[in-house]
Design a protein around this ligand. Sequence first.
Ligand code: SF4
Ligand code: SF4
Length: 141
Amino acid sequence: MKKEKVSLTFPPSKITFPLMTLLVRNFDLEVNILHADIHLNKTGKLIVEVSGEEDSIEKALQFINEQGITYHLFNGTLTWQEEECVHCGACTSVCPSRALSIAGPDFRLTFNKEECLVCGLCIKACPLRLLHLAHRGNETA
Ligand code: SF4
Ligand code: SF4
């Protein structure tokens, strides 16, 4: 059994394509939707975690590619230059998993690595560029 976190970009013409159903039914995968930004007639984004046999995941990714849907695998790590952080909270507003949060009586940023989806959405949100992502290159363009 293998798990992959995958970002999916749907072109407007594929926004109603029942991809999740097909991944479950045709490839015997478990699919957990972690983040969704889907609107009719617009480019859509999904971040999902898929679990299943390695071979099935590979076939599913090929299938996704054949449908004209772009995918990107996340398996890297996010790093935070904590010592330079000014705890402005800008990164927390874009974090879909609440891995980044402002907490405590002193309103300081905390980063929970266990909750991080490695989606990279926080990187551009930081005015000081203190968040960085390293990941492998398995993706379609
Ligand atoms: S990469 Fe950044 S925005 Fe994405 S889940 Fe991790 S901390 Fe949150
Ligand atoms: S946006 Fe940057 S400076 Fe602001 S809290 Fe997040 S990491 Fe710190």
